[in-house]
Write a protein that binds this ligand. Structure first.
Ligand SMILES: [Cu+2]
Length: 283
């Protein structure tokens, strides 16, 4: 790295001639200490950098926020829980976009404009003087975290859990490498998970051997199936469909459970309520 020449040992002419050189090699706080003769250009640089960064940040944030508002990147939402889950993800992304664009803008601009021409032999000086910037940054991100814990955190979690009383009970048992579905109301056993549209179902899961995890991508719901223990979750399907039409309609194991773990899946079918009632009493 080129050695730094203290500006106060040079004449005014020499200082003027080397100002550009000094600006490229030193940080703003170094230059402010170096000489009053370079203070004005440094402050101008800081103002210019701030305006450029603020402009890039505002434009990129606006574009991404608008894009994410009108483009739906999520797959089919076949249950009320999928709507809640996707909505939470959408809110958190809207809140996080300004933070990530600000971080990337400052990082990208700093790399483009102030990168060291040669490999640096030592770390730059720590930036501890500007307590205002760190206080504002800490304040904004703390408020965002606090807000997100309440909304969508607690509010959407309550929505996700559903009503205390369900319309139907279904037991699903995991075993290497499949699932067995049982409907205790009619003592019916099935190798498909068949559910009625518009009714809240409570799914009880357990395992006959090792730990599995019951995941239904079209519903955005997942719960562990653990030997010797029964877990439960509620699902309210809002769209009819089947695995043949969309592979997201499946019960997939989401916990590595052995050699054929990835093959541990069964189809899901969502039927109209009257169709389901007929299917449930058929043998
Ligand atoms: Cu598995």
């Amino acid at each position: 790295m080129p050695s730094r020449q203290p500006a106060d040992k040079k004449t005014d002419d020499e200082a003027d001639n080397t100002t550009d050189n000094v600006e490229k090699q030193t940080l703003p706080q170094d230059k402010e200490k170096t000489s009053p003769s370079v203070k004005r250009p440094v402050l101008e640089n800081v103002k210019r950098d701030t305006v450029i960064i603020a402009t890039i940040w505002a434009v990129s944030t606006l574009v991404l926020e608008v894009l994410f508002t009108f483009v739906d990147p999520f797959p089919i939402k076949a249950a009320h829980q999928a709507e809640v889950s996707d909505n939470s993800f959408r809110i958190l992304t809207h809140m996080g976009l300004p933070v990530i664009t600000f971080t990337l803008t400052v990082l990208g601009y700093s790399i483009a404009r102030y990168r060291c021409p040669t490999f640096p032999l030592e770390d730059g000086p720590p930036l501890r003087q500007n307590t205002q910037v760190s206080t504002i940054w800490l304040g904004i991100t703390s408020v965002l975290c606090f807000v997100s814990v309440i909304y969508p955190g607690l509010t959407e979690l309550a929505e996700f859990r559903g009503d205390p009383v369900s319309d139907l009970r279904v037991d699903v048992t995991g075993l290497q490498f499949s699932w067995i579905v049982h409907y205790p109301d009619t003592d019916k056993t099935s190798t498909d998970l068949v559910l009625p549209k518009g009714r809240q179902v409570e799914l009880f899961t357990t395992s006959n051997d090792v730990v599995h995890s019951l995941w239904i991508p079209a519903f955005r719901t997942k719960i562990d199936a653990v030997p010797g223990r029964t877990n439960s979750m509620k699902i309210t399907p809002i769209e009819t469909g089947s695995y043949k039409e969309d592979p997201l309609f499946r019960v997939q194991c989401a916990e590595l459970c052995g050699l054929n773990h990835t093959l541990m899946k069964i189809p899901v079918r969502v039927l109209e309520p009257d169709e389901f009632d007929k299917w449930l009493i058929d043998n």
